[in-house]
Design a protein around this ligand. Sequence first.
Ligand code: KDG
Ligand code: MG
Length: 401
Amino acid sequence: MRIASARVVVCSPGRNFVTLKIETDEGVTGVGDATLNGREMAVAAYLTEHVIPALIGRDPARIEDTWQYLYRGAYWRRGPVTMSAIAAVDTALWDIKGKVAGLPVYQLLGGRSREGVTVYGHANGTSVPSLLESVARFVEQGYRAVRIQASPPGMTDIYGISTAPIYEPASSAIPSETIWSTPAYLDFIPSIFAAVRAEFGPSLRLTHDVHHRLTPIEAARLGRALEPYALTWLEDPVPAESQEAYRLIRQHTTTPLAVGEVFNSIWDASTLISEQLIDYIRATVVHAGGITHLRRVFDLAALHHVRTGSHGATDLSPVCMSAALHLDLAIPNFGLQEYMPHSAETDAVFPHGYRFEAGYLHPSEEPGLGVDIDEAEAARYPYRAASLPVARLEDGTMHNW
Ligand code: KDG
Ligand code: MG
């Protein structure tokens, strides 16, 4: 069997997605997600101009060799654009391998290690009462874990807060600007955990996403203030370009830490994992080199008591979510999976077989990944340039979004 053709489909059913579809000379097809929020066309061009021509005629069964060919062979290693492109190829080849074998991909990864994939939903509010209502809706639906975000008094439009039914931060072509106040945030956040614990008790698993806004010592202070509320994790307290920064946070708090949604290689996390500076690694299939490379990251994590908590926001397509679920089901050190349901338009473009039940997601039992792209449906939603926002401090200084 040989790869006969491959094409990139860019569509925007409510938000932008980049998808790679590979076809073999025997008519078997595979799909891979290549979406990089706000930088979609860079990955599309990387695939079309530099990767697809080299795929034609290759044996689709040689997943590891193809991965190494695209990684080592490019000379310019790593980075989100390169690794998302490699991820799309790798994911599509796993899909093809599963279809050829007649098995769901999780069976090829060693089989089921658990009955279902525990997921967390996004509860948010513009005030504590509206946050409590939002948490209650997730509990009613059977969620066992919830991420909680609320806007501190006087701060609007900050990360994670939305009054729309589906949170979608990428909007205008030129980034919108938001204002951030660290003192207001640090003063407010412990109170939302106190309120949620008082209302919902100790067993609901809770997380919170700082979205890279603090310095290490500020993060240490927040982690310590949140210890009474027993978080499952505090996410991205500081930017992780400096993995060493986490040593300082770790010295001061027992609040578990989760990092890695912007990581694209094992090298981004090697110090964090091997020194046990974090508790959860949040890298995911589309941005971290596909199933092949993410499995390598997760295996390293398993050696060091670090569990997984893969990113699963709506800018990761149902193709990525399908792949993530097969991996989540098979690995020994699964922790928690993020889950934001997609819009009805997105679900129609990407027919998939995974399903939510009683707080768990279950991957499809179909051969391969159990997801596809309906290209006629995708063509109804052309690409629209959309960027993530930026953040400034109150005096106008650029900050981390
Ligand atoms: O594209 C960026 C989003 O995926 C990110 O802002 C979402 O932080 C996020 C999360 O934890 O889901
Ligand atoms: Mg996050």
